[in-house]
Design a protein around this ligand. Structure first.
Ligand code: ASP
Length: 345
């Protein structure tokens, strides 16, 4: 008889982990150690479920690179013993954590599914129960003896997304995430329908030992362009002591104003060794440097095209690559490559 799927649930914090005190109406933390008695629906799964809780659950606005390292180390420690992992996380920075983990977990061949909710799990209209139950089911799914999902994904409101392609776009709706530049990996209705073309493909003979990267360097800044952005501000950012990389959040397909002083500053930064990465403010589509005169100059200066990466993926990819201590040329070569499916080649 096949063994029961073993799933590890890692509870980091966020709205999902709250229940309403029946007397006072206040929100208090849900006890994930008693998950099955609090959520009896889970008993119907013939799975082995274990829970690991952060000793101090955090609102995801308080997530930092060291929190990602903590999660990655929990995954590393338990990797061989479980078939899949579900990470319960606040939705606010979930796309950053999913993107960071995708880079940190090299050779991942098991599901790592992040989920959370907009309403606490202990409220009547919660979206948390469905999100958690289906995330667990997805983490346990196998096909021809291999896990169906072998990447870091986000499950939210009936949809499964590639984690490093998502961003949170709605603070109000249950449907809070979007992935405009990559297809949805699965839709849950009566059945869970997977898009096998979109999911990362893996063969038994391709499986390699997991490598967990825990060196992250956050010497990164973002300059978001807007009409009228002062060059004094740009200069102030570029001259920050210890700065190693800057994301230029540009207009449309990667355009910035034609401005001699701006180009001079960017050229200076590039020559000083600062990596300049062009990411579009548009959520769908991406950077195409050279399409317009307003981006051709950026290319000429040495600004790297971020293609259709999200800002979330770009920030965490830079932290990951800077943590590898690569020389600038090599780092730039890695930046334009799709390392974990984060950009369209
Ligand atoms: N502020 C919360 C958090 O991100 C919101 C949520 O859980 O969705 O932790």
């Amino acid at each position: 008889m096949a063994e029961k799927p073993k799933i590890l649930i890692i509870y980091t914090g966020g709205t999902i982990g709250m229940v309403q005190d029946l007397e006072s109406g206040d929100l208090k933390p849900f006890d994930f150690k008693h998950l099955k008695s609090e959520l009896p629906e889970l008993k119907k799964f013939d799975y082995d479920l274990e829970v690991f809780s952060f000793e101090k659950p955090i609102d995801s606005s308080n997530m930092r690179p060291d929190s990602w390292v903590k999660i990655a180390k929990i995954l590393e420690k338990n990797y061989a013993d479980f078939d899949g992992f579900v990470i319960l996380h606040g939705s606010d920075t979930m796309a950053y954590t999913a993107s960071a983990l995708s880079f940190m977990l090299e050779n991942l061949s098991k599901p790592v599914i992040l989920t959370g909710s907009q309403l606490p799990i202990g409220t009547i209209r919660t979206d948390g129960k469905e999100n958690l139950i289906t995330a667990i089911e997805i983490a346990a799914k196998k096909r021809k003896d291999l896990p169906v999902v072998t990447e870091v994904a986000i499950y939210f409101e009936y949809q499964l997304y590639r984690g490093n392609r998502t961003y949170k776009y709605n603070a109000e709706h249950f449907d809070a995430f979007d992935s405009p530049n990559y297809p949805i990996l699965a839709k849950a209705g009566i059945n869970i329908n997977f898009d096998f073309h979109a999911l990362k493909k893996i063969k038994q003979e391709d499986i390699k030992p997991l490598v967990v990267h825990t060196e992250l360097d956050n010497s990164v800044a973002i300059i978001k362009f807007f009409p009228g952005l002062s060059n004094i501000i740009v200069e102030g950012v570029l001259k920050i002591e210890g700065l190693k990389a800057v994301i230029l959040e540009t207009f449309g397909s990667g355009n910035a104003p034609i401005d001699a002083r701006l180009f001079e500053l960017l050229k200076w930064a590039n020559e000083k060794g600062i990596v300049l990465l062009n990411i579009s403010q548009c959520k769908g589509g991406g950077v195409n440097q050279g399409k317009y005169e307003t981006s051709a100059k950026l290319k000429e200066i040495g600004v790297i095209s971020g293609a259709d990466m999200t800002t979330e993926a770009a920030v965490t990819k830079l932290m990951f690559l800077l943590g590898q201590n690569l020389i600038k040329k090599e780092l730039e070569t890695q930046l334009i490559k799709s390392l974990r499916g984060e950009l369209t080649k």
